[in-house]
Unconditional design. Structure first.
Lengths: 154, 803
């Protein structure tokens, strides 16, 4: 099977296609930007975009993503390393502590803002309810998404 | 704000926080304004994280991300039983499985068979019995993780299952089977002050029994690491931990190696909260690496993280009696505390000491009779979690304070102000609190903070249970609750609590830079940034680099007990002062003068008075770096007197208070925290942005303990083994947060700082419980509260049902 991950093409041995997409990304391809907090679809730390649709990579059979383009947090920044507005807002708002939830959250937050460029705080909380964070208490995550939205409009 | 309160601000309004450099009690900080500090990234500056860009890009390497060519994967076979004798272990089928490189049991542990951070009572691998569900019995290394796990499942352990001891009552009853040679009473702490019988006939006597369930740290980054054999009989372990050196000591003991053959390097840590204070996979990965001669990676699955991977917060049963005068002034407190320590000691001895010494809260209590007991049982081992014994008692003593208030006809704020410790107040241990006691100031600030407006036509998602459209709001009642608390900072009871830093000032490519080397564990709290800010402040050099934390430098002590900013910060501060003294000595010699009026600023030696540059560091130090290593200690503490429980056991304290506003649907038993406000005296804010993050995160962990989080154990077997069944707050559950920060200053710490990390988790839970009581009128003596606890039955309910 074939995967495009963050713009690069990979061949995955068919014998590995029965694993989760998360395992293939992390253990077969060595791409660790999607995180492995629960591997049960309950925390959102492995949130990726598959052909533009976000999903927990741990819940997707790798074979289901055959031929797809997978985007992780690693592909949000520009080629010169300039952070995506959502990533930059997470850093500046203090929405990152241990950061284990962060790669999944920035993928989910970018998706939220693509669908709703002007979210209320309630919209932000509803939209990110699939992504657990244990460090921040979420206030600064809400602040970060609001900041990214404001700057996106400006 | 009075000048005595120092700087303070409201986190919601960073623009007008009144963070004045002219705060009354604040120790002088060089000769710089805070605006200067902010601009230069000095102490007090609101800075973003150095590791932030890597973390948001998914490029930061956590312990579970580590890979090296040719590495093997380890897996652990764990006990399915809470208590059993092991008759035999047959590993043949596992050994014969293709791809398996090693299968190890207790017989393969070359060194000490027992480890433990305080008492060595926990087998590296079970020997002849297992004492808790999830206890490690054997370990396997194979070419991939699935093979290793399948091989572990092929190991046959012949267990003679025994009835488990599953409560502290059973454990401490006559004839209970002893879990350990010394019996099941792990530790008891007795504190008597004044006359324990005082106030027996007082007009106000309130008593009740409170319970706290088991909370789990539930960090997101699983227990994991990579052990690499050095080819010469030693090993290098890259691991997520809170204290590299105490891990190193235990790993070396288990391997039977001298300390210098075991090197630990901190890998990226995905949260800690106490759960990384004890060994998990550290020693197992090293055993497998040395047995196979190959690098071995281990990463726990979420299920084993919950069931065996790490200790939990102690569940507690607490009986309290408060006696007070008619005006609500406390006369005496009697408390009996029982903690279930589970199968091994972990940090239970220190947790019960905290619970007992802090059992009356931040109040002046002239007469106290306190007894705290922690017992061994066959339940999961309990140990460190944020708040460390202070969390459980705060839930009880704050409920009691509200009862005293009700009996005296006082409001919740007034009863606390009336009884708050004064500056220089005395604790039940006889210890006098050093420096300002912030409790009254914190309560004043909470009272002054505007309450959220109840918006009847607001967003329906703001109603309790809104995510499921559970209610239209007809049964919703609002409640407001307050709580205050305090906790000791750093290690207590005579422990030699030390932290070492090496600081090097050098010139590279024509510019002065500072390199800091410590073993301080960055677990997400921001201690790397703290070290950078202190070095910039003390050495006047912008480019500061904190090297990877490892055991090549002296111990920093643990990233726990809210101690690391104080202790590792103190070490960096002291080492920087030593470097500065030498640099200024060089400069004075070069200039041919005494050097009394020289200082360091902006990479130059300057005149301290007017800042006139006299010599560039790049020129002064070219080819001659200056390096100093210093070890910092807080003032020594004493042991508790075993008879009276008297003694100056704690190194310092910090004070906190919360206000919670809740909405409860009393028909459905659903609660929503509308807003949570944390007021805390931090002494001195090194980095306000990181500090707010601590207050907010700790507050929401307290919300979890109030409402949703409980590790369920049935007959010793852990039932909640996923993030679906163990429910940490989601972003919808989490309340909007406000932080009120006071900087009253501790006279004996660098910059006047106090520890920060644990305090917000102390008063959050009791404030929410108080608000729930206010909304429902129910006693709510157990945390977490369950939905059925919140349902209010009205007299006409039965009629309503018939209708």
């Amino acid at each position: 099977m074939r995967l495009t991950v963050d713009g690069a093409r990979y061949e995955v041995p068919d014998a590995q296609a029965g694993q989760s997409l998360l395992r293939v990304l992390r253990d077969v391809l060595g791409l660790t930007s999607a995180k492995n907090a629960c591997e049960q679809g309950e925390c959102g730390s492995c949130t990726v975009a598959i052909d533009g649709e976000i999903a927990c990579a741990c819940l997707v059979l790798a074979a289901q993503a055959d031929g797809a383009s997978v985007e992780t947090a690693a592909s949000l920044a520009a080629p010169d390393g300039t952070l995506h507005a959502v990533q930059d807002a997470f850093v500046r708002a203090g929405a990152v502590q241990c950061g284990f939830c962060t790669p999944g959250l920035v993928v989910a937050a970018r998706d939220l803002l693509a669908r709703n460029p002007d979210p209320s705080d309630a919209d932000i909380r509803e939209g990110l309810n699939g992504n657990l964070c244990r460090c921040t208490g979420y206030q600064k995550i809400v602040d970060a998404v609001r900041l990214a939205a404001q700057e996106g409009r400006g | 704000m009075s000048p005595q309160q120092g700087g303070s601000w409201d986190a919601q309004h960073p623009g007008d926080h009144g963070h004045s450099g002219a705060g009354g009690d604040r120790p002088p900080l060089l000769d710089e304004s805070d605006e200067h500090a902010r601009r230069r990234g000095h102490v007090g500056a609101r800075l973003t994280r150095t590791d932030g860009p890597a973390k948001v890009a998914g490029a930061f390497r956590y312990s579970s991300d580590l890979r090296v060519e040719g590495m093997l994967f380890g897996a652990t076979l764990r006990s399915p039983h809470a208590a059993a004798r092991i008759r035999s272990i047959d590993t043949r089928a596992a050994r014969d499985m293709p791809g398996v490189r090693a299968v190890l049991t207790h017989a393969d542990v070359p060194g000490d068979k027992l480890v433990g951070s305080i008492a060595a009572d926990q087998p590296v691998l079970a020997v002849d019995r297992v004492r808790h569900h999830g206890e490690p019995v054997a370990i396997v290394a194979a070419g991939d993780a699935d093979t290793a796990r399948r091989a572990a499942a092929l190991i046959t352990v012949d267990y003679a299952v025994e009835p488990p001891v599953t409560s502290w009552e059973d454990a401490l009853s006559d004839g209970a089977p002893a879990l350990h040679p010394g019996g099941n009473a792990l530790r008891a702490v007795r504190i008597v002050r004044g006359d324990p019988d005082a106030g027996a006939a007082a007009p106000i006597v309130v008593r009740d029994r409170y319970e706290v369930g088991i909370q789990d740290q539930a960090f997101l980054g699983p227990e994991s690491g990579l052990a690499i054999p050095d080819g010469d009989g030693g090993v290098e372990l890259h691991v997520a931990t809170q204290w590299l050196h105490v891990d190193r000591d235990q790993v070396a003991a288990g391997l039977g190696l001298p300390l210098e053959r075991v090197r630990l390097v901190l890998a990226g840590v995905g949260g800690a909260f106490g759960a990384r204070e004890d060994l998990s996979m550290q020693l197992h990965a090293c055993l497998l690496a040395l047995a196979t001669g190959r690098p071995v990676k281990m990463a726990y699955l979420r299920e084993e993280s919950f069931a065996g991977g790490h200790v939990h917060r102690h569940p507690a049963w607490m009986e309290y009696e408060h006696r007070a005068a008619a005006d609500g002034q406390l006369i005496a407190v009697r408390a009996r505390l029982w903690l279930d320590g589970g199968a091994y000691a972990s940090s239970s001895p220190a947790v019960v000491a905290n619970a007992t010494t802090l059992a009356v809260g931040p109040y002046a209590v002239p007469n106290a009779d306190l007894l705290g007991t922690v017992a061994y049982t066959n339940n999961p081992p309990c140990g460190a979690m944020r708040g460390f014994g202070a969390v459980q008692v705060a839930i009880a003593y704050e409920a009691q304070m509200d009862r005293v208030a009700a009996a005296a006809g006082l409001g919740p704020l007034e009863v606390r102000r009336r009884n708050a410790l004064a500056d220089g107040g005395t604790l039940p241990t006889g210890q006098v609190v050093r420096g300002p006691v912030a409790t009254v100031a914190l309560l004043d600030r909470l009272e002054a903070a505007p309450l959220p407006v109840d918006e009847p036509a607001g967003d329906p998602r703001d109603l309790p249970g809104s995510a499921f459209a559970a209610t239209l709001g007809e049964g919703v009642r609002r409640g407001v609750g307050y709580a205050a608390a305090f906790k000791n900072i750093a290690f207590s009871e005579g422990f030699d609590d030390a932290s070492t830093a090496r600081v090097r000032l050098l010139v590279r490519d024509g510019a002065a830079i500072v390199e800091i080397h410590t073993a301080a564990a960055e677990v997400g709290q921001g201690v790397v940034g703290v070290q950078e800010q202190i070095a910039r402040t003390e050495l006047g050099v912008a480019d500061v680099r904190v090297l990877a934390a490892d055991t090549a430098v002296g111990s920093a002590g643990s990233a726990s007990a809210s101690r690391l900013t104080w202790m590792a910060g103190g070490a960096v501060h002291t080492a920087c002062a030593a470097v500065r003294a030498r640099v200024l000595e060089h400069a004075a010699a070069r200039l041919g003068e005494g050097g009394e009026d020289l200082a360091l600023r902006d990479g130059q030696v300057v005149r301290a008075g007017d800042g006139t540059p006299v010599l560039a560091l790049a020129e002064l130090l070219a080819g001659a770096p200056v390096e100093e290593t210093r070890t910092y200690r807080h003032a020594p503490t004493e042991a508790l007197d075993p008879q009276t429980g008297q003694g100056d056991v704690h190194a310092g304290f910090a004070f906190v208070a919360h206000r919670a506003v809740v909405d409860v649907d009393v028909e459905l038993g659903l609660a929503r925290v509308v807003e949570l406000t944390c007021a805390q005296d931090v002494g001195r804010a090194i980095n306000p942005l990181a500090l707010e993050g601590q207050l907010e995160g700790g507050s929401i962990q307290g919300l979890g303990l109030a409402l949703t989080e409980e590790l369920l154990v049935d007959a010793g077997v852990v039932q909640t083994r996923s993030l679906g069944s163990y429910r940490i707050p989601t972003i919808v559950d989490a309340a909007p947060l406000r932080s009120i920060v006071l900087e009253l200053g501790d006279p004996d710490t660098p910059y006047g700082l106090r520890g920060v990390g644990e305090m917000p988790s102390l008063s959050s839970t009791p404030a929410i419980l108080a608000a729930l009581r206010a909304a429902t009128g129910k006693a709510l003596t157990r945390a977490p509260v369950r939905p059925e606890d919140l349902v209010v039955h009205r007299p006409d309910d039965d009629d309503g049902m018939q209708g």
